[in-house]
Write a protein that binds this ligand. Structure first.
Ligand code: C2E
Ligand code: MG
Ligand code: MG
Ligand code: MG
Length: 273
């Protein structure tokens, strides 16, 4: 490293940075192999209707158990995939896997798949999704795409164009982590979302904090007036669920209702995954 002639602290910082970069590059190389070897997994977390407790769907969540490092959180390896040009193949892998597994469920539940900014910016996404649905036989109405507002903000015009094409296939689109990013009302007006997922930050405080409850109430009112159902993420206690019921929240997801779990491969009626 050429620039190690400054203060000792700057030199130390440089070395740490170099190590972090090397570490992520190594992780990216391993991830590339894992995708090719089908060595990742998808876990599924239930989503329920608050008033009836009926299952409305399952969110697909990527899992990677690294042979030496153990379980790496998806927030970490999805970011690595984005930095190292792997997000399109990782995104394709999870879409194909989740659609194939969902197609084999007897209960006919919907599956929600997270899509990242760079996937959305790719013009081929609608065609890829269409192909995967044909290939797996999953009806379009059983697939939902989850997008965050930051994914949309990267290039709003293109995002809107791609989103409309996805919707034209009959697929639902949910706005993920609402309340943490831009949370612009303009996005809700301009984009045809089928669901608002309120970030778990708010759920974690609804029992103790009047402010958090006020925010949930406002988002629910907004959803009602726009005719977009609201799902509260991160519900961990009966008390939180009771507040949602009282406030008229449509759907909920969280550890109280169920942890993300591997598909039950042995169950009769489900094809082996
Ligand atoms: P997300 O899409 O907002 O997913 C919800 C996250 O909250 C999941 O974390 C889930 O396990 C966690 N969670 C659910 N209920 C509770 C709860 O009651 N309490 C708490 N504390 N957490 C709860 P996970 O699986 O670690 O995923 C984190 C993020 O990684 C996801 O956030 C999503 O942004 C990203 N991600 C996961 N799978 C994929 C994928 O297939 N593609 C892309 N692009 N991103 C993914
Ligand atoms: Mg999500
Ligand atoms: Mg979320
Ligand atoms: Mg999140």
């Amino acid at each position: 490293r050429a620039k190690c002639d400054g203060a000792a602290s700057a030199c130390f910082y440089d070395a740490r940075l170099d190590e972090a970069i090397r570490d992520r590059r190594e992780m990216a190389a391993d991830l590339r192999l894992a995708i090719a070897a089908d060595a990742l997994e998808v876990h599924y977390q239930v989503q329920e209707h608050v008033a009836t407790r009926a299952v409305t769907g399952y969110e697909a969540l990527l899992r990677w158990n690294h042979p030496e490092r153990g379980a790496i959180p998806p927030t970490v390896f999805v970011a690595v995939a984005e930095e190292h040009g792997l997000i399109l193949s990782l995104g394709e892998w999870v879409l194909r896997k989740a659609c194939a597994e969902a197609a084999s469920w007897d209960n006919g539940s919907k599956v929600a798949v997270n899509v990242s900014a760079l996937q959305l910016a790719h013009a081929e996404l609608p065609r890829l999704i269409h192909e995967i649905l044909m290939e797996t036989g999953l009806p379009p109405k059983r697939l939902e795409i989850e997008l965050t507002e930051s994914a949309i903000m990267m290039d709003r015009d293109r995002a809107l164009h791609v989103l409309r094409q996805i919707k034209a296939l009959g697929i639902g689109v949910a706005l993920d982590d609402f309340g943490t990013g831009y949370s612009s009302l303009e996005t809700l007006r301009a984009f045809p979302f089928d669901k608002i997922k309120l970030d778990r930050l708010f759920a974690s405080e609804i029992v103790e904090s009047a402010q958090a409850t006020a925010i949930i109430r406002a988002v629910l009112a907004l959803g009602k007036s726009l005719s977009i159902p609201v799902l509260a993420e991160g519900i961990e206690t009966h008390e939180q669920l009771a507040v949602l019921l009282r406030e008229g929240c449509d759907e909920a997801q969280g550890y109280l209702l169920g942890y993300p779990e591997p598909p039950r491969q042995a169950e009769p009626g489900r094809a082996a995954a």
